[in-house]
Design a protein around this ligand. Structure first.
Ligand code: CA
Length: 221
């Protein structure tokens, strides 16, 4: 479990990221100012910083510059609404490890976080999620049903991962939308149902159960 510091003053986005990270087995810590971000980042208790550029007291670039001046090697992923190339370059030159433009999908952020954490500390046994004879390999991004390997699209994999990480738990369409598609997705969309059908077709019809009026659940194996 990694402790991930989120410096983001927009509450909706902060809680969206925190929720997703918690579901992915990490320990998120949210702060809303650059000053707090800097203090926590230097405390030695966090493994990675997700840093918004537009913070109320000092901007993310300043926080980042001060951290690097203080010889902190903490992995930093910059998060920002500013999507211009100039900002990207400035952020990376300023010592950021990666960059995400808002709006973003949670799975993309999670993939980048994993990559940075892995660079810091090689992944151990947590790279395969198993449920009966169903396995998800987080490194190769493949599913295995018994001896059969199944290729999944990025979105299918993210959806499968949401189920695998919450076995036996009913996940609502809203939860899945937010977790896999992002906070800015139309809540009336039927995209979850469509992708559940894709997963059933690839992994087997009984893998994901429909719980009427509530959502979906990974079936007992
Ligand atoms: Ca902001």
């Amino acid at each position: 479990m990694s402790q991930i510091l989120i410096a983001e003053d927009e509450e909706r986005i902060a809680s969206f990221i925190a929720k997703g990270l918690r579901a992915a087995g990490h320990a998120p810590l949210v702060v809303g100012t650059g000053r707090e971000a800097y203090d926590h980042a230097l405390s030695g208790d966090v493994d990675l910083l997700v840093l918004d550029l537009g913070l109320p007291d000092q901007d993310g670039f300043t926080v980042l510059r001060r951290l690097r001046e203080a010889r902190s090697t903490l992995p930093v992923i910059i998060l920002t609404a500013r999507s211009s190339v100039t900002d990207t370059v400035a952020g990376l030159e300023g010592g950021a490890d990666d960059y995400m433009a808002k709006p973003f999908r949670f799975e993309e952020l999670l993939a980048r976080i994993r990559l940075r954490l892995r660079t810091e500390a090689p992944a151990g046994d947590g790279s395969v999620l198993a449920h009966g004879d169903l396995r998800l390999d987080l490194r190769t991004r493949r599913a295995h049903v018994g001896d059969r390997a199944v290729d999944l699209s990025a979105r299918e994999f993210a959806l499968a991962e949401a189920f695998w990480r919450n076995p036996g738990q009913v996940l609502s369409r809203e939860q899945l939308l937010s977790r896999v598609w992002g906070y800015d997705f139309d809540p009336g969309s039927n995209v979850v149902d469509v992708y559940v059908r894709y997963l059933r077709k690839k992994l087997g019809p009984d893998v994901i159960e429909t719980v009427r009026g509530m959502g979906y659940r990974l079936a007992e194996r």
